[in-house]
Design a protein around this ligand. Sequence first.
Ligand SMILES: *Cc1c(COP(=O)(O)O)cnc(C)c1O
Length: 374
Amino acid sequence: MSSVAQTAKITIPPDLLPEDGRFGSGPSRIRPDAAAALAAAANNFLGTSHRKSTVKDVVHRLRAGVAELFSLPDGYEVALGNGGTTGFWDAAVFGLIESRSQHLSFGAFSAKFAAGVAGAPHLEAPEIISSEPGTHPEAVANPTVDAYALTHNETSTGVSMELHRPAADGLVLVDATSGAGGLRFDAAETDVYYFAPQKCLAADGGLWLACCSPAAVERIERIAASDRWIPPFLDLGIALSSSRKDETYNTPALATVFLAVHQVEWINENGGLEWAASRCDQSADIIYTWAGSRSFTTPFVADPAIRSHVVATIDFDGVSADEVAAVLRANGIVDVESYRALGRNQLRVALFPAIPPSDIAALCGCIDYVVESL
Ligand SMILES: *Cc1c(COP(=O)(O)O)cnc(C)c1O
């Protein structure tokens, strides 16, 4: 007989433990260096006006750092605002979709945006193309559609997709919340690459950032000037003009802005997106090789080509993943539980750039220890 209460008494030997126990897929591990830098800057930065240069300079560094990180082509602009990715979805419903969008729905997050659009009375019913969890559908060129909604990495299932324009016309809107900063892509294949900084950017939540192509800027400004009613908080025209001044429409969380710029500059100084993506490749290789070589685990995503290198989902067989997660948690290793709504006997592990590959290897060793001890 075993129960979570009893098995939680297993003590993992300290020499097996990772240097940091945070493996959650969002909010995710914040590098101790970044938190220390924030503490050091606190008295001159936190609690100061977001309309003055101390904060505006940091917002400027964030916008410039993101443009460098993603090698944005000329004419692309980095906008930002409050509300996280969920807030940005509502802003997109008002300010980016002209009349009809196509959505690839292959997990909780992509489905949520599609559902939000479907409920909007000023838009036509979206075209929703779905596939089974653990796979992703392909976009299909459709002349009745003016925006294609893709997801770089479906955080709920651990599936990532390559980004390509499905058609010559139509804006390509990419939810890159868990992919941005960890996965390679060509910005020219996207019109709006948007994300929140609590995943690969190792900051806190509450903010959205969007890399907008000239075509996207044109669409935003045209809709904002039209007679469509748009709540100001969700008005991307206002967000764009505020961003150009290195401001947000209303007060942002200054700590989030600080931590995000710290991570973006850390990645850029170390070699940019290629460096960060290679680090995630290494972590992915470690965990998927491990999962493929144990009798009790299998990578959930069958096709290695779409297995995410930023969020790994590992199925368990004959061992309760919940029990393993409970023991790990009791030993200070947290947030590897599966995405609940997926309903599988599974662990989900972030492989974001802030997590060194050596910690992914240590986590695998800890899971082996726990499974042998159960
Ligand atoms: C985390 C996540 C979201 C939600 O982000 P919030 O900032 O919490 O709104 C949306 N999409 C994807 C792909 C995510 O990983």
